[in-house]
Write a protein of this length. Structure first.
Length: 715
């Protein structure tokens, strides 16, 4: 007598119609689950009005860049899209997906619809993998276990690439398993395609498929499989190489830098085991505990010989990301799907279904908060049941603040910088940058706080109260104290123009430069044998100020010259500059002596003459590029350097030329170790703008540029 449907088990010898009925029931159940998730996501999107957090805002900003470029038909510019400051360049596929769902006039939560499609891919892929090893109804339960986990539900509610990576990793392993160790054409080519899609979502995708490299290397030695491995490799290389070839020179060093954020070495403080605690929270205590125990004795009703791939998938992912100093649960997420199959194979099917029911309730509670979280103390990690992340209807006033600044913008200047003194979850620099671009505000440019606070900024936004999490606010408390200090330089330079209450009971305050009717200093000319102010030092400094314009609160012109001057680590001699429309305030000590100045406005800077020696330029490069040691620097028509970077030999040659609106630096050749670096497209040419930009919001004129006899000279 054959098995009954109620047994929920179909051995390989079972009739095909019985197998089809089980698959149909499983897919109907998963379809019902995904429909429920779509309804829950729609409810979340309609209710949540919060702006995106830090990285989420950056991804939306990149998507908006792609949207604008493609709308204008600038396909080449889209291929060479410049990375955001301090960030590695991101491959394009996730952001192109966001473009399809991105509504410029709607809350950013509308972009979350893209995540539902990746959730569906993850669910179906995990089910297919589970059914391969255990052809019964519990395969659907395995898919629900991972898709309903708090970590996946969290990623469903945010604009990050990690849920897509998890879905693509699961789909890639599905095709890898179905390729039967690269003996079947369809599975082999499909794996190469999915590997390429993963790498075109994010560069870290390679770290989730280490077992595939072993299988490919082993299969390549078998004549019957060799061409199938080659097909998979060629598919992956052909699709990914163009983007990585263009962006690798910028991407690689920035990835090393980004991996050190919040870095704790793997050998300190039990860092290697930190992910175990995060897995407890991300998977749910019951799933986490049962899966970790079951992984020690994995059981498979069929195809047990291939089950090691699942264990290796989890173990290699865990080890790789435990070694990487920046440890966040979302980085480990694409390696957790095999726990739902390999980790639960040793447990009875009834227990798996009970656990799936618990996960389903957890997923619903995550969005709707039927129950508050319950924390149970435990020896190593507290166990948290029923975490929740319901939507919130909150207005953080970012659009209103920026629109108010745009309305108050001084029409006599090209752009107005806005310095933000805050770095909170929903009130941060990337958020303001993305919102200003989304609103298409033509004159505003965002600036972060540095040692000069708000230099060259017409506006300052201060979040009074909580500036942000303690680990990311850096020098912001000092900046906030300076802004609120009585009789300080900031009070002389700025005035409050408006304030807004924020949802966390703090207050956003907008400051604008004061209209000054009298000049900031008494006198028209000053001579100093030695002068020091902040990052600027000079000997034989001469200053001369022209007429004061009380209507515009600026000196119409000013001149400065110095025998030797040092600015931000670079030493210049025979310096002579002229300036138009200058405004500054002195920073004085308690005794009234000048300690520094803060420039507020500058319309145009003319560099009449300066000289920079090769030795000074070498010291400057070494100070600005960590781990770089320059052994030889030559200035003779071109700039040539030879030295070491991170103990690897490095050499480069660049040409410099003045254009009407930029100083152009063309990289002629570059080597890192024995390899020639592949500089293509606009990454081969760097243009330092001479027109107003956030760093230098004024026009720059340079009377000429010469590289000769070991010196850079103007003219």
């Amino acid at each position: 007598m054959g098995p009954a449907i109620g047994d929920l088990y179909v051995p390989p010898s079972a009739p095909q119609d019985l197998r089809r009925r089980l698959l149909a029931l499983s897919f109907l159940g998963l379809a019902a689950f995904l429909a429920w998730q779509a309804l829950a996501l729609r409810s979340y999107i309609r209710a949540d009005t919060r702006p995106p957090a830090w990285d989420q805002a950056i991804h939306l900003d990149i998507a908006l860049d792609y949207r604008n470029l493609l709308k204008d038909g600038r396909w080449s510019d889209a291929l060479h899209l410049a990375p955001k400051p301090g960030m590695p360049p991101f491959p394009p596929l996730y952001h192109l997906g966001l473009v399809a769902f991105y509504d410029q006039g709607a809350p950013p939560s509308t972009a979350l619809w893209l995540n539902w499609f990746y959730l569906a891919l993850l669910t179906v892929s995990v089910f297919a993998i589970a059914f391969h090893f255990r052809p019964d109804g519990s395969a659907a339960a395995c898919a629900l276990l991972i898709s309903c986990s708090p970590a996946v539900q969290d990623m469903l509610h945010t604009q990050l690439i990690d849920l897509p990576l998890a879905a693509l990793a699961a789909a890639a392993y599905w095709t890898l398993i179905e390729s039967e160790d690269f003996t079947l054409w369809a599975g082999s080519v499909a794996f190469g395609l999915l590997f390429a899609l993963g790498m075109l979502h994010k560069w870290s995708f390679f770290s989730y498929v280490f077992p595939a490299y072993f299988l490919a290397a082993r299969a390549a030695s078998v004549p019957a499989s060799r061409f199938k491995v080659l097909a998979a490799v060629l598919t992956a290389v052909v699709l990914t190489l163009p983007w990585y070839w263009v962006h690798a020179p910028v991407m690689v060093p920035r990835l090393f830098q980004a991996s050190a954020d919040f870095a704790v070495p793997v050998w300190k403080g039990g860092a290697f085991f930190r992910y175990l605690g995060q897995m407890n929270e991300g998977l749910g205590p019951a799933f986490w505990l049962l899966a970790c125990i079951g992984l020690l004795v994995p059981q498979y009703p069929r195809n047990a010989g291939r089950g090691w791939v699942l264990t290796a998938w989890f173990v290699t992912t865990y080890v790789f990301w435990a070694v990487v100093p920046n440890r966040q649960m979302r980085f480990l997420l694409p390696g957790l799907a095999p726990l739902a199959v390999a980790g639960l194979g040793a447990w009875p099917k009834e227990l798996i279904w009970m656990l799936a029911a618990l996960q389903l309730f957890t997923a619903g509670n995550f969005t709707h908060r039927w129950l508050s979280p319950i924390t149970v103390p435990a020896p190593f990690y507290d166990l948290t049941f029923f975490p929740s992340q319901p939507p919130a209807t909150e207005d953080w006033k970012i659009a209103e603040i920026l629109e108010e600044a745009e309305r108050r913008h001084d029409p006599t200047v090209a752009i107005s910088n806005v310095t933000l003194v805050a770095n909170d979850t929903f009130f941060n620099g990337p958020n303001f940058v993305w919102t200003a671009k989304r609103l298409a505000l033509p004159h505003l440019r965002m600036r972060g706080v540095n040692r000069r606070l708000s230099e060259f900024s017409e506006f300052v936004v201060l979040k009074q109260g909580k500036l942000g999490p303690a680990g990311v606010i850096d020098q912001l408390p000092e900046a906030a104290a300076e802004i609120t200090r009585k009789k300080g330089w900031f009070e002389k330079a700025y005035e409050e123009v408006r304030r807004w209450p924020l949802p966390d009971d703090s207050v956003a305050v907008l400051y604008q430069q004061r209209a000054m009717t009298v000049p900031p200093v008494v006198g028209r000319s000053f001579d100093y044998q030695f002068y020091s102010a902040g990052p600027f030092e000079a000997t034989d400094l001469k200053l001369q100020f022209g007429d004061w314009d009380p209507q515009r609160s600026v000196y119409r012109w000013a001149k400065a010259s110095a025998g030797v001057a040092k600015l931000r680590g670079i030493t210049m001699s025979n310096l002579e500059v002229e300036m138009e429309d200058v405004l500054f305030v002195p920073v004085t000590s308690k005794e009234g002596a000048w300690e520094d100045v803060r420039f507020l406005r500058l319309g145009r800077l003319r560099v009449k003459s300066l000289e920079v020696s090769g030795g000074s330029l070498r010291a400057f490069l070494e100070s600005r590029v960590p781990h770089l040691r320059v052994d030889v620097l030559e200035l003779e028509k071109t700039l040539k350097i030879r030295g070491t970077y991170r103990n690897m030999g490095v050499s480069a040659e660049a040409e410099m030329a003045l254009e009407p609106k930029a100083l152009r630096i063309d990289l002629v050749a570059a080597r890192l170790g024995p390899s020639v670096l592949p500089f293509l497209g606009r990454f081969r040419d760097y243009r330092l703008p001479l027109t107003p930009n956030p760093e230098t919001p004024f026009f720059i004129e340079i009377s000429g540029l010469t590289l000769r006899d070991g010196q850079l000279t103007v003219p």
